[in-house]
Write a protein that binds this ligand. Structure first.
Ligand code: PXP
Length: 241
């Protein structure tokens, strides 16, 4: 099965917001990524608007031909925004104000009752819902019971680990992907992926989409977004083989 690449453009907005104003424009980056063959664009509208802002979501929805995946916390505010803009997909993520980035998966077990109506309303609106979770059987089971058709397995711990610890986490991701696919879920993965660590994740046959942001935007500073995406695509394809 083809492995899709979703490009997260949040950190173009991080640079823009460092000075205020409009440059660099994350929507321009999204269009460039689209022209360079990205399969989708991902953007996280955080509660504190530290990178992507409301007007970016409206512009992305208006300008893109490829699917928009809105990452969002499970709050009433974000639900209303998602229902207004109707992106192709929403990925439900946990969010803490103090964290530098999304530090772990959302807990679909303890949060079940709060998450259920949000997943339901997004689904009713025709939005494909994905739960960003740790590669844990109980979480995958709970995400499935919530009615989400997709899970995105958090690869942050894998990316941060070395040696045997990384191999151990990779095994959990492999088992989780197989388990989720067996339940009929579509399996995505993402967080912390780079040219060097993407191969083993891309090699997991049940995974159909990777969402990658920070590394791609950083590399693009040196060689441009199109070359960066082409090289990431090659690394993914090598891993897939
Ligand atoms: N997937 C999800 C659900 C995320 O929250 C993020 C970070 O915003 C990513 C993928 C991309 O992670 P990174 O920027 O480390 O590539």
């Amino acid at each position: 099965m083809k492995l899709r690449l979703g490009v997260n453009i949040d950190h173009v907005a991080t640079v823009r917001n460092a000075r205020g104003g409009d440059n660099p424009d994350p929507v321009r980056a999204a269009r460039l990524a689209q022209d360079a063959g990205a399969d989708g664009i991902t953007a996280h509208l955080r509660e504190d608007r530290r990178h992507i802002r409301d007007k970016d979501i409206a512009a992305l929805k208006r300008d893109l031909r490829i699917p928009l995946n809105l990452e969002m916390a499970a709050t009433d505010e974000m639900l209303a925004i998602a229902l207004k803009h109707r992106p192709h997909a929403c990925c439900i993520v946990p969010e803490k104000r103090e964290e530098r980035t999304t530090e772990g998966g959302i807990d679909c077990i303890t949060g079940f009752n709060r998450l259920k109506p949000i997943v339901g309303q997004l689904t009713e609106a025709g939005i494909r819902v994905s739960m960003f979770i740790e590669p844990d059987r109980k979480q995958i089971d709970a995400a499935h019971s919530l009615g989400a058709p997709v899970v995105e397995l958090h690869t942050g711990a894998y990316a941060n680990a070395f040696g045997e610890a990384r191999a151990h986490i990779l095994k959990r991701i492999v088992i989780g992907a197989e388990f989720g696919a067996g339940l009929g879920l579509e399996i995505h993965a993402g967080h912390g992926l780079t040219y060097d660590n993407v191969g083993p994740i891309a090699g997991i046959p049940h995974i159909v989409e990777l969402n990658i942001g920070h590394f791609l935007i950083g590399e693009a500073i040196f060689v441009g977004l199109a070359d960066t995406l082409a090289r990431m695509r090659r690394a993914m394809e090598e891993g897939r083989r």
